[in-house]
Structure formats: structure tokens, C-alpha cells
Design a protein. Structure first.
Length: 300
């Protein structure tokens, strides 16, 4: 039982919630634009997304082992699950799990493509980028490209897949783009927050994340700038056609964001645990708010 629990923790299942929320967002945007929801397509697409996302978690644990061992400032949201560095399971377990989930994702993707051939490029890009994020030879997370890669996959391809499965003619794609723009920026900000506590260990093992490349002080400043831009983008999105109720819902986390940013400005030594927590909360809070707003626009 101890080994089973360690295996579950190794896959960091809590983070799968982001894939569920962002996938639901894409489907609900399609439904709000008049497309009926197809349950079979929805579930197949979600199955592929979850398999590839979970694969990434296990692959990252395996390929980031050295950096995680060197990390002495891990938080609940950064530094990996700590299962492998603590010797709770053999390292190869993570690789085997990643490969099994890759195969499962490929199998479910084949069913998705059978439903809609046009989804093939999206699924291939999703699987390829997810694997290349931490796996050699590309190992994008060690080249300062992991942050952009994750934002493209999670806040771009995942909701787009859900949207395109429900709206094959892509009617309403403009609304999708407007809704996702602030979330892409918040995803980038969240990743910077998560990488800050890992900077020393990452640098020691040659993992050149954006935080390592820019330095922690500049990365913290970039976090503030990107988070600010994410919420400043909402009034512009409103002018370009994002529904008013979505804009209002998405701005609900703004007071929390403003408070968090002001704390960073006042205290550069603010707790890393709180910084990473708020990075996650702002992204998920805004995404959930958008989900609720679009759901209220669907004629159930």
C-alpha cells in the first residue's frame, strides 16, 4: 500500500485538474457559440489530454531526477513529488509509467482522429511537445523553452482540441482566442513562480530555465509584468468581442493579484511557498471563472 500511494504521489494527480478545467473551457466556448455538445467526442478528447498530461508528470520526475535531488528549497508546488529523491520507488518506475501513458494517449488519440481527422495535427503537437518538455534530446525545459511550451500546450492546444471537437467548422474561434489570451500569460507567470524555488538546484544540474537564465530578481519582476499584462488584456478583449459577463468573471481574481503583486514589491523575500501558491491560484481562479461564465451562456 505504501508503494501504491508513492506511485500516485509520483504522478502528482492534483495538477491534472488544470487539464480538466481548460478542456472544459474550450468545449463550453463552442457550446456558447451555438454548437451542441457531443458527449462521446468530449470524453475521448479529455481522455487523450489526461493521458498525455499525466505522461508528462511521470516523465518529468524521471528526467528531472538530478535537479530534484539537488533542490533543497522544494515547495508543495515545485521541486517535483520528492518520491524518487527520497528513495520511495526505483527511478525506472517513473519512465515505465510515462511510456505506458504515452501508449494509452496514442490509442485514445486514434479514436479521436477516427471521429475527426482534422484533430490529428493538434494531438501530434500536444504529444510531441509534452514529451519533449523534459525528455532528451530536445529537453525544452532545460533550454529556456519549457515555459512557452507548457503555455502553448495547456492554455492553447488543450482548449483548442476541446473546441474543435465540438465546433469542427471553428465558428467562434475568435472568442476562444480572446478568452485564452490572459490565461496564456497567467500560465507563463505561474511557471516562473514555480521555478523560482528550484533555481539553485536547476542551475547546479545544468537545467537552464528562464529563471536560471534571467536570474531570480529579474524573473520575479517578469512575473509581476506578465501577471499585470494578463489582466490588462481583459478590457482590450472586451472591446474585441469577448462577452461582458466573461470579462467581469475573469476580473474577479484581480484584487488577489494586486495584493500579491504589492507584497512582492514591498518584500522581495516573500515566502516562496506563497508565491507559487498564488501563481497557481490566479491561473486556476481565472480559468474557473471563465468556465462558469461561458457555462451560464449555454442553452442547456
Amino acid at each position: 500500500m505504501r508503494a501504491i500511494l508513492a506511485f500516485v504521489r509520483l504522478g502528482r494527480p492534483l495538477f491534472l485538474g488544470g487539464g480538466l478545467v481548460l478542456y472544459a473551457l474550450g468545449a463550453l466556448i463552442a457550446a456558447s457559440c451555438g454548437h451542441p455538445l457531443d458527449a462521446r467526442r468530449y470524453l475521448l478528447g479529455q481522455g487523450a489530454v489526461t493521458a498525455f498530461q499525466w505522461m508528462t508528470h511521470y516523465a518529468n520526475e524521471y528526467f528531472d531526477y538530478d535537479a530534484d535531488v539537488a533542490n533543497q528549497t522544494a515547495t508543495a508546488w515545485s521541486g517535483g513529488s520528492r518520491v524518487l529523491p527520497n528513495g520511495e520507488l526505483p527511478r525506472k518506475v517513473a519512465l515505465i509509467a510515462a511510456l505506458v501513458l504515452l501508449a494509452i494517449g496514442a490509442g485514445v488519440s486514434a479514436l479521436v482522429v477516427h471521429e475527426d481527422l482534422a484533430t490529428l495535427p493538434t494531438l501530434l503537437a500536444m504529444a510531441g511537445l509534452a514529451w519533449a518538455y523534459s525528455a532528451p534530446p530536445l529537453r525544452l525545459c532545460a533550454r529556456g523553452l519549457g515555459e512557452l511550451t507548457t503555455a502553448i500546450v495547456m492554455t492553447g492546444l488543450v482548449p483548442f482540441l476541446a473546441f474543435s471537437l465540438q465546433a469542427p467548422d471553428l465558428t467562434g474561434a475568435g472568442v476562444l482566442a480572446l478568452a485564452l489570451a490572459p490565461l496564456v500569460l497567467l500560465q507563463l507567470a505561474m511557471l516562473l513562480a514555480i521555478e523560482l524555488p528550484d533555481a539553485v538546484g536547476d542551475e547546479a544540474t545544468g537545467k537552464r530555465t528562464l529563471v536560471v537564465r534571467w536570474g531570480t530578481e529579474r524573473a520575479a519582476q517578469l512575473y509581476v509584468v506578465i501577471t499585470t499584462l494578463a489582466y490588462l488584456a481583459l478590457p482590450l478583449a472586451s472591446l474585441l468581442g469577448l462577452p461582458t459577463r466573461v470579462v467581469i468573471a475573469a476580473t474577479l481574481p484581480v484584487p488577489v493579484a494586486a495584493w500579491r503583486l504589492s507584497r512582492i514589491a514591498e518584500d522581495k523575500k516573500a515566502g516562496l511557498e506563497q508565491l507559487t501558491l498564488f501563481g497557481v491560484m490566479l491561473l486556476m481562479g481565472t480559468a474557473v471563472a471563465e468556465v462558469a461564465a461561458f457555462a451560464s451562456m449555454v442553452s442547456w
